[in-house]
Design a protein around this ligand. Sequence first.
Ligand code: G3H
Ligand code: 13P
Ligand code: ZN
Length: 321
Amino acid sequence: MPLVTSTEMFKKAYAGGYAIGAFNVNNMEIVQGITEACQEEKAPVILQVSKGARAYANHTYLVKLVEAAVIECPDIPIVLHLDHGPDFETCKACIDGGFTSVMIDGSSKSFQDNIALTKKVVEYAHDHGVVVEGELGTLSGIEDEVVVEGEGSYTKPEEVEEFVSKTGVDSLAIAIGTSHGAYKFKPEQCTRNAEGVLVPPALRFDILKEVSKRLPNFPIVLHGSSSVPQEYVKMVNEFGGKMPDAIGVPEDQLREAAKLSVCKINIDSDLRLAMTGTIRKFFAEHPDKFDPREYLKPARANIKELVRHKLVDVLGCAGKA
Ligand code: G3H
Ligand code: 13P
Ligand code: ZN
């Protein structure tokens, strides 16, 4: 099937109590690892491209790689989405250039400026059959090139109805305690469970529930939802890397969110960790090798298995294509 928008996916996900995985893509191996897992697990998927990815790999290469995945994975619906669109021009270039979904990230602007910009993108996108994700509230960490200092700010539930009705957005990203990157929580913010594992503070499910009450049947998006698998953090550290105290969002909390109104869960850092850990290990164990195919092959395979785990155990979207 051709590329689709997320409209039908989100309707089914909302009704079925699961979420669609939105995975960032930057090169061929990442596209292949993700989509092979989705094809085998019969899971719908959103492949998303950031401003940084377009700068790195080039718009056309990324679109063509995703189009190749559409051909190779005939049994699953695939959305091509712009992640953290920074301005109208970037969104327009993606809408004109084959994307079926865009995010306009006006979250660092004032409420009124965010509304005005998001509305402008929605009008253009809808005229071209493309759907739009907006954002209210800011995540701490790095949102593409925008560094948000300190705690970020949680979404204010009392703002969501006005934002959605005035802009016409199709989905809304909210801030409930997730953040971008591999260092989402400091060890001193966490408690230790019986096994000695650090457990971060819970996400603000109270905010999520209040938003959902005010926006019935409306798809909510969670950014910054990597869980930072400790297996890969250890692998990175064991084979020459230095990532002390990398901590992510516990997967059981994401599963809970997916049962509620969260229909799209963004995961990027976990795939980066899997790829980097695997390549570091390969080089340490095979210092004589220099063929990129030899180290990219196990990296791609581990991305695939990690995505499979997310689809089956976290998102609940396996078998929903
Ligand atoms: O939220 C940002 C995504 O992880 C994309 O990151 O801007 O480094 O491509 P990037
Ligand atoms: P992570 O850094 O937690 O993977 O978040 C990715 C994201 O939100 C992309 O928009
Ligand atoms: Zn994000």
